[in-house]
Design a protein around this ligand. Sequence first.
Ligand SMILES: [Zn+2]
Length: 277
Amino acid sequence: MSDPCILCVAITGSVPTKSANPAVPISVSEQIESTHEAFEAGAAICHAHVRNVDETPSSDPEKFAALKEGVEKHCPGMIIQFSTGGRSGAGQERGGMLPLRPDMASLSVGSNNFPTRVYENPPDLVAWLSGEMRTYEVTPEIEAFDLSHILHAIRLHDAGKLYGRLYVQFVMGVKNAMPADKTVFDFYVETMKARAPDAAWCAAGIGPAQIEVNEWAIAAGGHTRAGLEDNVRLDRDRLAPSNAALIRRAAELCEKYERPVATSAQAREILHLRPAA
Ligand SMILES: [Zn+2]
C-alpha cells in the first residue's frame, strides 16, 4: 500500500460566480454545507476564501471566523486553510484573519501575471504574512505559480521564516502564468526531492487542467487539490454539480493508482499540524 494522498477542496475562490455555476457556494452557510459534502467525499483540507452578499471577494475576518466555526462543528478534524491570496484584499488586509489561528493559510512568495492583472507579492508583504503565520502558528501552503516561487520558498524555509513543515503547491494552468506542462511538472517534483527532501508537495490545475494535474500528482506520490475555485466543469459539456463531485473524481484517481485517500487525522500527521481541536 502506498502513501495516503491528501485531497484539498478549494470550495469558492474569489473569481467564479453563480452565473458560471450555481453550485459555487457564496454565503458562509452554503460554504459549510458544500465543505461538509466534500469532506464526506474524502477531502481532508478545506481551502477557503469568503465573499460578500453580491459575490465580490471579501477579507472580512468575521466571515472567516463564522466559516471556521461551522467547518469545525460539521467536519470534525478537517484542516482549515484560509487564503491570503491577493484578489480578496490589498496589503496587510490579506492576512487580517490569521489571528483566528486556522491550521493553515495559503502564501504566495513571488509575483506573476494573472489573466487580467499582475499578482503582486512584494517581499515586504511576504515577510509580514509569513511573520504573522509564525506568530499564530499557522502552517503556510506555498502557492507556486512559477519555478522561482518553489526555490524562494525553500530558501525562506531554510532560513527559518516559514512556520511548520514546508508544503508547496504547484499551481498550473492559470492564464498568463505557468501552463499545465508535464515536463515542467516533473522538473518541479525533482526540484522538491533534490532541494527539500523533508518537504511535502501538492498540485492544482486550473480549468480543464484540473483532472490532468490531479492525475499527475497522484501518480507521482504527491497530494492534490480540486474544487470549484479552480474549475467549474466536469468536462466540456457538463458543469460540476458540486465540490464533492470534483473531490470524488480525484478519489477515483487515488483508487486507480492504489493510493488511499488520507483521513484528516493522517493529513495532520503528514503535514505536522496540531491535532484537531
Ligand atoms: Zn484560493
